[in-house]
Design a protein around this ligand. Sequence first.
Ligand SMILES: [Zn+2]
Ligand SMILES: [Zn+2]
Length: 279
Amino acid sequence: MEIRKADYHIHSSISPDAKVSMEEMCEGAYHRECDEIVFTDHYEFYSQNYKSLYFYEEYIQHYFKKLAECREKFFGKLCIKSGMEFGQPHLEAEKALKLVKKYPFDYLIGSVHKLDNVDLEKMEYNQDTVHEIADRYYQELLKLSRWGEFDCMGHLDFFKRHSKRQGFSDEYEQHEGIIRKILTNVIDRGKGIELNTSGIRQEAGEAMPSLTILKIYRELGGTIITVGSDAHKPQDIRADFDQAYELLNLAGFGEISLFEQRRVVGSIKGVTGKIRINY
Ligand SMILES: [Zn+2]
Ligand SMILES: [Zn+2]
């Protein structure tokens, strides 16, 4: 089956923060004419022996059981790839590596959602804290990029989701140097980044990462890129992909990578945005 429409970042109710079942998400993807999707449910890692309520091997086994049921149900209609969004996996590197090797993932996203086990969402953003949170976020992302056992780095300038919501900037200028180092590590390790459209529909009002960062990634020699909606409900599947394609065009990317068994196996070519936006 030729893949023309894919979404590489979808959550189901297996994730603690999503309510719609995998089957309903598949139904939604099929109705939105997707050819291929990846369920990248959350798996969070923690520092200092923090005991999680959710994230044990049984969680992954449950994920693969549900995935197998959906694959059977949608056989010939929708290609369903296995994946996971690992949050700060470098903090428990040994455990993460064991899971990576043990389970048949097609695609893994490496993200940073927490600093010292606290969600960026739950932090207090004000004049005194915002610069420090940005510093700590990018330092953590740098460590993740050095570890590198993922396929694409998730929503690279995720910090802005929360800073912009509270009226602060994305702190891009202050952190361009470290962002360049992160991207260089990603490229050197043969990995990629994702273009995550969730920021467009949220308060930040723009994709993650920004066009500026996409251009730097391209300029540094980055070629591997996926597009994901980060949908937690069916109506968000492939949301704002026209705008994402436009951004990819502007940054000089002509194709989107497709993964299987954690390798790039092809691409969607001729990615063109249908709408014109001024940047
Ligand atoms: Zn995420
Ligand atoms: Zn996500």
